[in-house]
Design a protein around this ligand. Sequence first.
Ligand code: NAD
Ligand code: DAU
Length: 348
Amino acid sequence: MKSILITGGAGFIGSHVVRLFVTKYPEYKIVNLDKLTYAGNLQNLVDIEKMPNYSFIKGDILDKELILKLFNEYKFDGVIHLAAESHVDRSITNPLEFAETNILGTMVLLNTAKNFWQKNFSDKLFYHISTDEVYGSLGSEGIFTETTPYDPHSPYSASKASSDHFVRAYHDTYGLPIVISNCSNNYGANQFPEKLIPLSINNIKNSRTIPIYGKGENIRDWLFVEDHAAAIDTIFHGGKNGETYNIGGNNEWTNIELIRLLCKIMDEKLGRETGTSEKLITFVKDRAGHDLRYAIDSSKLQNELNWKPSLQFEEGLKKTVDWYLTNEIWLNNVVSGDYQNYYNKQYN
Ligand code: NAD
Ligand code: DAU
């Protein structure tokens, strides 16, 4: 019997990880701790919320007393830490919130785990979920490996880089058993429509313009979210103490080419004449400090732990579009209220 704390489990990636662990490991107790910020949504988990091995706790990773109380109550053997402020554009307007949640919140969890486990670290694991953005930006050549020096540029990536350093510091200083994974851009169901793909799907559906930063030449390496969740499962169970694993799709696209493909798929799905959605593409002011290119070398994970991405991009994108078109209520709920204020401030 394992007792596992998953933080940020009501968010995009977290909800896929929670579902995978709750359904695949009925003998584990899974506790999902989430503050339910604008990005957290319990609708993401309705299908598993009544499972006997699952509990949800609404709470903040910065709340030391709560975290200690949960460790005492559930006697966690493992932590899978996903809770974070995750959107680069929001980090540009509100950097302090990112430092608090991503750096201090991670430290609260590390410190509690260290204090709670320190008499016996065996069979314990603190797994920190991080991003490829900590490595900085590539030119047209090169690829991020696990030994690429950190060079973050946005307040978001700087806060994630800092949290990664603290996780390693707790391993080196106190012997806390840890693993870290750094993943590339995820896409799929349940992603909040502030991120490029769901924002564009929602705008195309409503015949609104698709805002592309700069010239659309920036490159990202896209991975289907369920493949990320499978990688997290693989690393949680097979990763070596103290190690870092890169996770990526080996699937680089310029933003403009990706959006052209998405427009083609949306035209087909919505029964619109080919070329209709592309007319919505609008080039807007570039993101400050916009990283040009990310590309991940995940060969360590593939060779040592036998993980690989399962889906081709076009297939994954079609599945994603289908999910957003089918789950209209989910989409309409999350784009009501505050989202409109955010959108108007960000894009007007
Ligand atoms: P998300 O924004 O969709 O979800 C974040 C979740 O964390 C939300 O449910 C939110 O309510 C919760 N949360 C935020 N602050 C909290 C706090 N103080 N206490 C408790 N819960 C809190 O994010 P996501 O895209 O699912 O990313 C999850 C993790 O994966 C993050 O750590 C992110 O840095 C990392 N990551 C994301 C991507 C990506 O492409 N989305 C890629 C690589 C790594
Ligand atoms: O690389 C992993 C990271 O991927 C994660 O750590 C982050 O949490 C996640 O948000 C994502 O960061 P990006 O900044 O790459 O994702 P985003 O969807 O915001 O943007 C993808 C690309 O599209 C980027 O080059 C900026 C561009 N973009 C984005 C938006 C929202 C646009 O051109 N227009 C937009 O409106």
